[in-house]
Design a protein around this ligand. Structure first.
Ligand code: UD1
Length: 422
């Protein structure tokens, strides 16, 4: 298992190109199951989760190949299997998203239940209720979800989500593109990645509107066709590097970053004392001097994203004064706190909130990454800590961030990846 060695105390200056969004690219790849294609995707991030999705789709029978390097994929052909096996679903929860498209196109699907994961229990009940509303029969057996469409195929329905789940919205949305009649998803998630998926599906011939309004209307069509589509920039990667400037000070141009995708994050950065401006190339982020503590609560989009919670917590751990971070989306998403405290942070957890008392400095220590976003909070802390930090288990990070060491070292950070041979 690789690890990072980081020497803290270097400001960041320069430019970082923001990669394509993991949370959009994965879903756009799954959309290829809805057509014989080919679906040609550009700006695909070169990260482990995308490679896992490639194996899943190849295992289902699709032809997935690189057009011109790993950032450009062509996906075509028709699934000849309807099973997403345990070993892949256990590696990557987003595998559950093949259920809707398989059900819509092949009339059946068998997908391993994702089970628990590091950041909470994360059930899939809302996905399954949605499919039942479209007429599917679902049964759970031997750790698998078996789903079967009715004889004439899925039928449009009005589905009210009790919570705007991102995954449930996407899964139901994809299934409904090929259902008979109209489907309405009420209280749908409004994350920008959903609009990206709708953009791609409409380019493939789907008839979907309302994706930014909270009520998505899908008029089922007979079939979808191939298309070319560019994955949107990763707003979470962009926000993460903005936090890096907040914690070390300096000046970065985040190429491709967009304000419109992340107003809550930018507002929080500005409130804490980080300057963010948009120009034709992306977001210019600057910071000098000590930040101010602020209070934040994670919420569904357009609120402050849970995927930025750990990074802000690292940044606020060296701010002037106290901050409070309340996590409302996932239970058990504070696993980075004990690790940050080992580096000298003063963070106490009270139920769903964490109280962060700003300290003047952090100090390097060996720490362990626990999940994708938490891993980056440790890197951020290490960038400002006195001395050396070793971050182990960075395979969590490699799931979702492309070229972290390359991007950070080009801007002045002292970060080195060490390949372990055992
Ligand atoms: C997606 C993102 C993840 C992000 C999350 C919230 C991907 C691949 N992942 O995850 O990075 O942190 O959105 O913005 O895009 N829930 C249920 N029943 C369900 C579905 C969800 O109770 O059927 C609960 C979950 O346990 C969780 C909450 O709803 O507590 C949010 O989950 P959801 O919005 O579905 O997130 P994901 O799609 O899993």
């Amino acid at each position: 298992m690789d690890h990072f060695i980081i020497q803290g105390g270097h400001q960041l200056h320069g430019e970082i190109a923001i990669s394509g969004a993991k949370n959009s690219g994965l879903k756009l790849m799954v959309a290829a199951l809805l057509t014989d294609g080919p679906l040609i995707l550009s700006n695909v991030p070169d990260i482990a989760d995308i490679r896992t999705m490639r194996s899943l789709l190849t295992g289902l029978g699709l032809d997935v190949h690189e057009v011109d390097g790993p950032h450009h994929l062509s996906l075509g052909g028709r699934a000849n299997s309807v099973e997403a096996p345990y070993d892949i679903v256990a590696q990557m929860r987003a595998s559950i998203l093949v259920l809707g498209p398989l059900l819509a196109r092949a009339g059946e699907a068998r997908v391993s239940l994702p089970g628990g994961c590091a950041i909470g229990t994360r059930p899939v009940d809302l996905h399954l209720k949605g499919f039942e509303a479209l007429g599917a029969e679902i049964d759970l057996e031997g750790g698998y979800i078996n789903a079967r469409a009715p004889a004439g195929g899925l039928r449009g329905a009005r589905i009210m989500l009790p919570f705007p789940s991102v995954g449930a919205t996407e899964n139901i949305l994809m299934a409904a593109t090929l259902a008979k009649g109209t489907t309405e998803i009420v209280n749908a998630a409004r994350e920008p990645e959903i609009a990206d998926l709708v953009g791609c599906l409409n380019a493939m011939g789907a008839k979907i509107h309302g994706e930014t309004s909270g009520t998505i209307v899908i008029e089922g069509v007979e079939r979808l066709h191939g298309a070319e589509y560019a994955v949107m920039p990763d707003r979470i990667e962009c926000g993460t590097y903005a936090c890096a400037v907040g914690i070390t000070g300096g000046d970065l141009l985040l190429e491709g970053g967009r304000m419109g995708d992340q107003e809550a994050v930018i507002q929080a950065l500005q409130e804490a004392g980080v300057s963010v401006q948009e120009d034709a190339r992306g977001l210019r982020v600057q910071c000098n001097g000590r930040l101010q503590g602020i209070d934040l609560t994670t919420e569904p989009y357009p609120g402050f994203p849970t995927d930025m919670q750990a990074q802000f917590m690292a940044m606020l751990s060296v701010a002037e004064g106290a901050s409070m971070m309340t996590e409302t989306i996932f239970e058990n998403r504070f696993m980075h706190v004990p690790e940050l405290n080992r580096m000298g942070a003063r963070i106490n957890i009270q139920g769903r909130s964490a109280i962060i008392r700003g300290v003047p400095r952090l100090s390097g220590a060996p720490v362990m990454a626990t999940d994708l976003r938490a891993s980056f909070s440790l890197i951020l802390a290490a960038l400002v800590a006195e001395g050396e930090t070793e971050v182990s288990r960075i395979y969590h990070l490699d799931r979702g961030y492309e070229g972290v060491d390359r991007k950070l070292s080009a801007c002045g950070a002292a970060i080195q990846r060490v390949h372990n041979t055992h």
